[in-house]
Design a protein around this ligand. Structure first.
Ligand code: URA
Length: 270
């Protein structure tokens, strides 16, 4: 029996929740990992993700990051539902995902709002309705070819933004979620999802509309990822819809290129 039963129980709880391994002996510099620009016209020549200025003093080493290993989406949903995070205690429901888990496009937003918290599905309020219209404009809809989730699964109190610590705590879940869906294209809506998953400090106005590659140990190959404005921002700032429209067209074009490639392959078996 452990001398510290509380710690023992906590470790047991992590294992039961499917968190049974850590990665790496060393802390990961999240500003440097996972993003590599793809060679496409929209990517500028300079490095897309600026390294942060050197800190005056070395930060304390971060604890090793844990990975989620849930083998299926259902197991992941259960792990998330049994995760005891402070955000969850203030929310009514866990908001997992909506749409087709086999879809070629996975959209990731920030956090559930009041409507999502009430209904238990992502993007069902005013910004969700705009998101649906945006997706429909390029032939996408959650009933058939889009899968939608958020970077955190619970509504922050008063609809505030999730804090960096809350996002960090939920990151293993969204990383595993992406691995399990393994879409062709990942669309990050807004700054929170973008900075967390692209490990970038660039403002969304600068990073949106450019293609990157998202990699993760559980993915067989990198995924095309693009960031765009959050629909809630577009509702407040309709003048930016033009840029969001450019991003949508870039997504459509990339999907069509993939389709054209697979049709070409089918027609030419050699
Ligand atoms: N905003 C988000 O980022 N996600 C939702 O699910 C709803 C609003």
């Amino acid at each position: 029996m452990s001398e510290n039963p509380g710690l023992h129980e906590l470790l047991r709880w992590y294992v039961d929740a499917g968190i049974d391994e850590t990665i790496g002996e060393r802390p990961i510099d999240r500003y440097q990992v996972r993003v590599s620009p793809t060679a496409v016209a929209m990517v500028p020549a300079r490095a897309p993700v600026a390294a942060p200025a050197a800190p005056a003093a070395a930060p304390p080493p971060a604890p090793p990051r844990r990975r989620q290993t849930a083998p299926t989406l259902e197991a992941l949903r259960e792990a998330i539902e049994s995760f005891d995070c402070p955000l969850k205690r203030g929310a009514t429901r866990t908001v997992f995902a909506d749409g087709n888990p086999r879809a070629p496009v996975m959209v990731i937003g920030e956090a559930p709002g009041a409507d999502e918290d009430r209904i238990g599905l992502p993007f069902v309020g005013a910004s969700g309705k705009l998101l649906d219209r945006m997706l429909a404009s390029i032939g996408l809809d959650r009933a058939s070819n889009v899968y939608i989730t958020n970077i955190v699964n619970w509504r922050p109190p008063g609809n505030r933004k999730p804090t960096p610590a809350e996002i960090e705590a939920c990151l293993p879940f969204i990383e595993r979620h992406i691995e399990l869906v393994a879409p062709e294209i990942l669309v990050l809506c807004g700054g929170a999802a973008t900075s967390a998953l692209l490990a970038s400090h660039e403002p969304i106005s600068r990073i949106r509309g450019r293609w990157f590659e998202y990699t993760s140990p559980g993915l067989p190959h990198p995924i095309n990822v693009i960031a765009t404005y959050h629909p809630a921002f577009l509702l407040r700032t309709p003048g930016q819809k033009r840029e969001a429209w450019c991003d949508l067209r870039a997504i459509r074009k990339r999907l069509d290129q993939g389709l054209a490639r697979s049709k070409g392959d089918a027609g030419n078996p050699t």
